[in-house]
Write a protein that binds this ligand. Structure first.
Ligand code: SAM
Length: 245
């Protein structure tokens, strides 16, 4: 491969991903801003706008791979602090940064933090009104298993929304984006986290992730209906939506 990384096996992959996020948890938000040049904020806001949670109590959302809480906080605020959001992540270090941020914002009573695996959600069937996952599913070893779990825990009528890096559909942009991801991102990773290799792995995982149409097909395969997507910044990221009917 481009970075001399051997094929990463499924079991190994989760370890690699866990190491990366344990190491960078306290610098994660800064890294995101630097690596996406601040764009991740706009993409996350656009996804939560698309979700448009109701501004009344009783709405329950699950934010998987929720990390330091960016999506969950936006859902709570978009609902006028009515929604309750469960933030689930496999990594306790990321969650504890999220919990501290929530307390600082005074919204921790609207959140529950759960350390668990997206492939094995510790909730009964038909529990949530919405399932969100942002820049997380790419890191899960068995993506289809995670999608099936999403379908299972949603109530009938529930909404699935996934934000992820995708295929750039604008001709000149893809060249710039390649240069950015292969050169800038590992350098920023080295500067801020002292570690370029992990970030090379993350860049590679973006390359391997299915494009918009193929990912939509996986979401349909999990059982979702009316699957659509929106490209952000020329397809650098895309949000996919589906409904459990
Ligand atoms: N959603 C947050 C955001 O957009 O800022 C965090 C995204 S971060 C790039 C990816 C997160 O996925 C990490 O916090 C990592 O611990 C989590 N993760 C990786 N594998 C996971 C799994 N199998 N189950 C749940 N979370 C996982």
């Amino acid at each position: 491969t481009a970075f001399g990384f051997r094929q990463v096996r499924e079991g190994e992959k989760q370890h690699l991903v866990n190491d990366v996020f344990h190491r960078v948890a306290d610098r994660y938000d800064l890294m995101n801003d630097l690596m996406s040049a601040g764009l991740h904020r706009a993409w996350k806001s656009a996804m939560v706008d698309w979700l448009s949670p109701p501004k009344r109590p009783g709405y329950k959302a699950l934010d998987v791979a929720g990390g330091t809480g960016d999506i969950a906080f936006r859902i709570v605020e978009a609902s006028n602090r009515n929604a309750h959001v469960t933030v689930l992540d496999i990594n306790g270090s990321m969650l504890s940064v999220g919990r501290d941020r929530a307390v600082k914002r005074g919204i921790d009573q609207h959140l529950t933090f759960v350390e668990a695996n997206a492939e094995e959600l510790p909730f009964p069937d038909n529990t949530f009104d919405a399932y969100t996952i942002a820049f997380g599913i790419r890191n899960v070893p068995r993506i289809q298993v995670a999608l099936n779990e999403a379908f299972r825990v949603l109530k009938p009528g529930g909404r699935f929304l996934c934000l992820e890096f995708s295929e750039v559909t604008v001709p000149m942009l893809d060249r710039f984006y390649d240069a950015w991801s292969f050169h800038a991102i590992p350098r920023i990773g080295k500067m801020v986290a002292g570690d370029a290799e992990s970030y090379q792995y993350l860049v590679e995982s973006i390359r391997k992730f299915p494009n918009q149409e193929n990912f939509a097909e996986m979401i349909r395969k999990a059982g979702f209906s009316r699957v659509t997507w929106r490209d952000y910044t020329g397809g650098i990221a895309a949000a996919h939506s589906g409904w459990k009917i």
